[in-house]
Design a protein around this ligand. Structure first.
Ligand code: VGL
Ligand code: ZN
Length: 198
């Protein structure tokens, strides 16, 4: 008996159109992810939502040596989950919380109880992860690569329709998907999973 988790990566206002680091078409992930949440709930999966959760001063931001505009600063409206995302009963994992940390991977993050994501998942018997969110070429990619890495070794599937890329350079999203595939991440869609074909 395997145990599964849905991992929703950084579907926050600042990464959606109108936000300070908007991912093109970023809010298009909300509908397929909500469908997956409903499916996950019905099937007794664990549901985890990560959030980028930066301090006001961090070398992740341009002003302090990083490459990004200010985004997802702790306790600001831009850091809130998309208002239509159905995450009321999700376990929240906060990441990028230190001044010297990018925190691209949800596996760098901690639950509200202070537990690392991998420990939380293992403690709940999870061995399969299905993930989607924002952005394909950063936090989704680094999270998926950590998930399949030998030290964690989760069976991991990317839900392609439930992700969008920031594409700082054109084609970054496609490259990221290939990188994940080459690392052993299964490439699937929400429909394949909910129709029982994955
Ligand atoms: C992300 C850029 C900077 C992400 C976070 O969630 O993909 N991208 N911080
Ligand atoms: Zn960030």
């Amino acid at each position: 008996m395997t145990s599964k988790a849905l991992l929703i990566v950084d579907v926050q206002k600042d990464f959606c159109p109108g936000g300070s680091l908007a991912v093109p078409d970023g809010d298009a992930v909300v509908k397929p992810i909500n469908a997956m949440i409903e499916y996950a709930r019905k099937n007794g999966w664990l549901i985890v939502a990560s959030r980028d959760w930066h301090p006001a001063v961090t070398n992740h931001f341009k002003d302090y040596g990083g490459i990004w505009p200010v985004h997802c600063a702790q306790n600001t409206p831009g850091a809130e989950f998309h208002p239509n995302l159905d995450v009321a009963d999700a376990i929240v994992v906060s990441k990028g919380t230190c001044v010297d940390e990018d925190g691209y991977s949800a596996f760098d993050g901690h639950t509200d109880g202070g537990e690392e994501l991998a420990d939380y998942l293992k403690r709940h018997g999870v061995d399969e992860i299905y993930l989607g969110g924002l952005a394909t070429d950063y936090c989704v990619k680094f999270t998926a690569l950590d998930a399949v890495a030998p030290r964690h070794d989760f069976t991991t599937a990317l839900l392609l329709d439930a992700c969008r890329a920031v594409n700082v350079n054109p084609g970054d999203g496609g490259k990221a998907v290939e990188e994940m595939r080459n690392a052993g991440v299964l490439i699937s869609t929400t429909a394949e999973v909910t129709n029982g074909r994955a």
